[in-house]
Design a protein around this ligand. Structure first.
Ligand code: AP5
Ligand code: MG
Length: 194
């Protein structure tokens, strides 16, 4: 079973992905976390830093490579929960090609819907303790704009494939987790090994 968790910055993708991964024995693939971990890398660190610090998207050739390497080293797992990837149409198409080649199927895309006001509130609150260079008003405003212009449009790509499930992301963490559990159960995916 492979799931994409989708939504704007602050929607709770990371929070829910951890729960889904644990409950379904999936590997959590967070493209943001993978990128932040590479900040100390001699070759890629400098390159990546300027995108993370400005809230810009890392170019596709770089991020696709980072994600594909991670998938490849975890291929024997039960499935992945994709958090923060794909983020534009080029990435979505690349993921389709790559998964097909590796006999993986994306089964579900769970979209956490959230107002920009609430997204901003959560991230500014987290910014007080997160240490993330992009958790401040100026950069979050840019991240939200990029989400609106580049990322949200790919929802129709998954809607057309009949994989999209929408959830109200303004609910509590526990309520959202419960809805996701229901969606997975209703899909019957947790019973099949894919
Ligand atoms: P990334 O790390 O993916 O950040 P993001 O998408 O901006 O989202 P966040 O991680 O801030 O939010 P989240 O949805 O995970 O919410 P969370 O659970 O943390 O990307 C960072 C950067 O990396 C990008 O700007 C880009 O530069 C680069 N990058 C990453 N992927 C890329 C890609 N594919 N292509 C190109 N570049 C890429 O929750 C947020 C806060 O709210 C937390 O404090 C949490 O405790 C709280 N919270 C969670 N749920 C709830 C709830 N239901 N109610 C109240 N509070 C809640
Ligand atoms: Mg996150």
């Amino acid at each position: 079973m492979n799931i994409i968790i989708f939504g704007p910055p602050g929607a709770g993708k990371g929070t829910q992905a951890k729960i889904i991964a644990q409950e379904n024995n999936l590997v959590h693939l967070s493209s943001g976390e993978l990128s932040r971990r590479l900040l100390n890398d001699k070759k890629l660190g400098e390159k990546i830093k300027k995108y993370l610090d400005s809230g810009q998207l890392i170019p596709n050739y770089l991020i696709n490579n980072i994600v594909e390497k991670f998938i490849q080293t975890n291929l024997s797992c039960n499935g992945f929960i994709f958090d923060g990837y794909p983020r534009n149409l080029g990435q979505a198409k690349e993921l389709d090609k790559f998964t097909k080649k590796n006999k993986i199927k994306i089964n579900l895309v769970i979209n956490l819907k959230l107002s920009e006001k609430e997204a901003l509130r959560r991230i500014l609150l987290r910014g007080k303790i997160s240490g993330r260079s992009d958790d401040n008003l100026k950069i979050v405003t840019n991240r939200l704009k990029i989400y609106r212009e580049r990322t949200a449009p790919i929802l129709s790509y998954y809607r057309n494939q009949k994989k999209l499930k929408n959830i109200d992301g303004q609910q509590t963490i526990a309520q959202i987790a419960k809805e996701i559990r229901r969606i997975i159960k209703e899909s019957g995916l947790n019973k099949k090994s894919l």
